[in-house]
Design a protein around this ligand. Structure first.
Ligand SMILES: *Cc1c(COP(=O)(O)O)cnc(C)c1O
Length: 386
């Protein structure tokens, strides 16, 4: 059976060039980077090289990169760290209603500890504005945390504008850029970003490794304490193969970034254009233009997203409803609800996320299968006939 993987926002394929870089660090080069002997120093050099690769992908200095287990840990470290360290200055945090749960649940935890959090509402496209952030700022605001691009609907937030505002107001600015790294050009200097979370498995690197960028001069206490690794900012023996893989993956993703994005956008736009021509009563979720190059998200009215996904899967197509973390629960996506969708329409959402080896053939196959699946399910749907 033909298999088409369109769930790259959940995770991506580890590419062979990346695996090849990693393999020696799983076999011959096994020293602990903290050990001063030859074995250890081979590993330490590899970690340094990867740190350089990650830093240069976002225009940071290598000393500003802290390796850790992934995007969730980076979000936790940034938000909880700033809250703890700067609580004397204030206890107010600004975020949005559409963040990943790694940010939302961290903020909710802080609320229980006496912090106040403003969850900015979004417009129908899932967008917040810098004006909203400005209006929410108070004298006791210590942190603004707003995602670079949304994992469910692909909407790209006005990060440079928000960064400029935060810098002027001297409020720390963190962004969860897990979906943006490797897809969009990022410059932490030009965009005035103080902290940025990333995760290798979202850009064809290995799972279980990510990094937090922290601008020089900002102190983010470690979430995991113990040894002095990562200059006391994250304890635990380094995941050397993972770090090496992340370095290679980010270098590959960011070389030719524009050409790869353009290629994906052509296919993305074909899906966006053709789906409403082949299926009546659908709604595009997310921003029409300020959108990740690989994201398509449609609500197919009167049917359940879960049943669409099941039938797509039976036809070899892997897609998702909302985010992978929430499917399995029957609650509709908090992102779609925040955008003003009704429960019914939110339940009918299907997310398809491409990567740079998605082909036009793959897209044509989806355009052949999806309308049939939708028609069949609507045939059985009392909602549709009503
Ligand atoms: C995947 C994802 C995360 C979590 O990253 P992990 O490395 O899987 O912990 C956080 N934020 C966003 C926006 C994501 O898409």
């Amino acid at each position: 059976m033909k298999r088409v993987y369109l769930d790259n926002a959940a995770t991506t394929r580890l590419i062979p060039e990346v695996l090849n870089e990693m393999l020696p660090y799983m076999t011959d080069i096994y020293g602990n980077p903290s050990s001063p002997h030859y074995f250890g120093q081979q590993s330490a050099m590899a970690v340094d090289r990867a740190r350089q690769q990650v830093a240069s992908a976002i225009n940071a200095d290598p000393s500003e990169i802290i390796f850790m287990s992934g995007g969730s840990e980076a979000d936790n470290t940034a938000i909880r760290g700033i809250a703890e360290r700067y609580s004397k200055k204030g206890k107010h945090i600004i975020t949005t209603a559409v963040e990943h749960h790694a940010v939302l649940h961290t903020c909710q935890l802080l609320e229980k500890q006496g912090y106040e959090v403003t969850y900015l509402p979004v417009d129908e496209y899932g967008m917040v504005t810098a004006e909203q952030v400005r209006d929410a700022m108070r004298d006791d605001t210590i942190l603004v945390t707003i995602m670079f691009a949304n994992n469910e609907v692909g909407t790209i937030m006005p990060i440079a504008e928000i960064g400029k505002l935060c810098r002027e107001r001297k409020v720390f600015f963190h962004t969860d850029a897990v979906q943006a790294v490797g897809h969009l050009p990022i410059d932490v200097q030009a965009m005035n970003i103080d902290m940025l979370s990333m995760s290798a498995h979202k850009f064809h690197g290995p799972k279980g490794i990510g990094a937090l960028y922290v601008r020089k001069g900002i102190i983010v206490p470690a979430l995991i304490v113990g040894g002095a690794q990562e200059r006391n900012r994250r304890a635990g023996t380094e995941n050397v193969p993972g770090i090496v893989g992340m370095g290679k993956a980010i270098e590959l993703a960011c070389s030719d970034l524009e050409a790869k994005a353009n290629k994906m956008m052509v296919l993305r736009d074909k899906l966006i254009r053709e789906i409403p021509l082949r299926i009546p009563e659908v709604k595009l979720n997310g921003h029409p233009t300020s959108r990740l190059p690989n994201n398509v998200n449609y609500s197919i009215k009167y049917i359940e997203g879960e049943s669409i996904l099941l039938m797509l899967d039976l036809n070899g197509i892997a897609a998702s409803s909302g985010s992978a973390c929430t499917s399995g629960s029957l609650d509709p996506s908090h992102v779609l609800l925040a955008m003003g969708l009704t429960h019914e329409v939110a339940h009918g959402s299907v997310r398809m996320t491409l990567c740079d080896d998605t082909t036009e053939e793959d897209i044509d196959y989806v355009l052949e299968v999806l309308p049939k699946v939708a028609a069949k399910l609507r045939d059985m749907s009392p909602l549709y006939h009503a």
